[in-house]
Design a protein around this ligand. Structure first.
Ligand code: HEC
Length: 131
């Protein structure tokens, strides 16, 4: 009687295929960068942009350039530049405007003592400057 040689590969390959198929298609885990919205909407701010503008003209122009007005203190970015940053969102602005010193100890921007709603108005105004 002829002996039939069965190589281990012949047995293993279909077995592995069977196991793989049995598991079904599995979604590969997305890398972190794909699950985070790269430009989170600022639109969730309930502030009023017009009020924000007048607040900005009053409280921010001593250091920031706001729509071509105001000073350009070294290190204080013009608002249009900040508004177009892709890496910030309303939550960050809230933290920054409320307490720049806590966000970046030693920064030249002072805590301006704005109320919660005034901060929201400023954020809404900044959002409007995006282009
Ligand atoms: C006394 C000067 C001064 C005033 C007044 C001031 N800022 Fe600033 N601001 C700065 C400086 C300086 C920086 C840069 C801080 C740093 O990076 O250390 C800054 C940074 C910022 C940033 C971050 C900008 C970026 O692109 O990183 C925001 C947002 C901001 N200010 C908002 C405001 C708002 C809103 C007001 C008015 C309500 C205001 N600032 C008033 C000095 C000021």
């Amino acid at each position: 009687m002829p002996t039939i040689e069965i190589s281990p590969l012949r047995v293993l390959t279909p077995l592995m295929l069977l196991v793989m198929c049995h598991c079904g298609p599995q979604r590969p885990a997305l890398p972190e960068s794909f699950t985070v919205d790269p430009t989170p909407a600022w639109g969730d701010s309930k502030g009023n942009a017009a009020l924000g503008k007048s607040l900005a003209m009053k409280y921010c122009t001593p250091c920031h350039q706001v729509e071509g007005q105001g000073k350009f203190l070294k290190g204080a970015p013009p608002f249009v530049q900040t508004a177009n940053r892709a890496d910030i969102d309303a939550a960050w602005l809230r933290r920054w405007i409320t307490s720049p010193q806590r966000e970046k100890p030693g920064t030249l921007m002072p805590d301006l003592g704005l109320s919660e709603s005034e901060v929201e108005h400023c954020i809404a105004f900044l959002y409007q400057l995006r282009n």
